[in-house]
Design a binder for this molecule. Structure first.
Ligand SMILES: [Zn+2]
Length: 297
């Protein structure tokens, strides 16, 4: 199995990172996509993968940095001759989200134009996803892969359900947190995993700043807690991702983030702090995600 990080940033547009998108590729050539934030479809092509060859998309939650490239992904697959529907897994509300995109939705104009062509009529099912709303437990299983999901602790569930997942295929296990504060369900999903991909949106100094200034903080996991989670779950390797732009040197991002972060401290050196804090508890292999990083398991 190969894991390719298509997007490793968070909610802001970032010059060096796309938004959340992680591709699992099996040795038999099947591809499964987890999250579809801005830039994901283009990054698939950069990674050498035809979007039409991705069988399934799992959206961990319905925040824009995890879903906003989904229309591009579906329309591209349609244009690239995907023969039929792809599976769409997501939280409660994902059916509403998808149903309001294509034939009768936001991209109706595009649908009306393209569906006029015989070649697009021939694979019209490519723009009609097979939608399945998730609830905790096994959410997808076939001969090659099993995906188990559980609720995580990002936003209150009555506002937005947010899921983490455990993916088992080819004798390997990968867990992916989506977005979450430290939570017991991620420890369970990641138990003995070969690879834990876990959000680590801010370094501890930024979390402290956000507590002091009253900017929301409950929703994400810091490096100290992430080290504890990785240790308790006994994971064999750890890749933190979903970086909240703290490493950026972009003047535009620094200006935009001035009420969110201590912008004078921003820069890639903060990964040294993050590594030190994760290492306080976890001593296994550690790789910080970057766009187009591949991990072979
Ligand atoms: Zn996010």
């Amino acid at each position: 199995m190969k894991v390719t990080f298509l997007g490793t940033g968070a909610a802001f547009p970032d010059p060096i990172r796309g938004q959340s998108g992680i591709l699992m590729s099996l040795n038999n050539g099947r591809h499964f996509l987890f999250d579809c934030g801005a830039g994901t479809t283009r990054q698939l092509v950069c990674a050498g993968v035809n979007p039409a060859d991705v069988d399934l998309v799992c959206l961990t939650h319905l925040h824009h940095d995890h879903i906003c490239d989904y229309p591009a992904f579906i329309i591209t697959g349609w244009m690239f001759d995907r023969p039929g529907s792809s599976v769409l897994l997501g939280p409660k509300g994902v059916r509403h989200f998808s149903d309001h995109l294509f034939e009768g939705g936001a991209f109706k104009g595009d649908f009306d134009a393209r569906s006029h062509y015989a070649s697009r009529k021939a694979n019209i099912d490519a723009i009609r996803p097979d939608i399945r709303e998730m609830s905790p437990g096994i959410v997808y299983e076939d001969d090659d892969i099993r995906i188990t999901a559980d609720l995580v602790d990002h936003i209150p569930n009555d506002i937005n359900e947010c899921f983490g997942v455990r993916i088992e295929a080819e004798g390997k296990t990968v867990a992916f947190s989506g977005d979450t504060a430290p939570c017991e369900s991620m420890v369970r999903l990641a138990e003995d995993a070969d690879l834990l991909i876990h959000e680590c949106t801010f370094p501890e100094s930024f979390i402290e700043f956000r507590k002091r200034t009253g900017v929301g903080i409950h929703a994400h996991t810091g490096p100290t807690d992430l080290g504890k989670i990785a240790k308790r779950a006994r994971v064999k390797s750890l890749v933190p991702t979903h970086f909240g732009h703290f490493d950026s040197t972009s003047p535009v991002l620094k200006h935009a983030a001035r009420n969110h972060f201590p912008i004078d401290e921003m820069g890639p050196h903060l990964f040294d702090d993050m590594a030190r804090d994760i290492r306080a508890e976890y001593d296994g292999p550690l790789t910080f995600a970057r766009d187009l990083l591949r991990i072979d398991l």
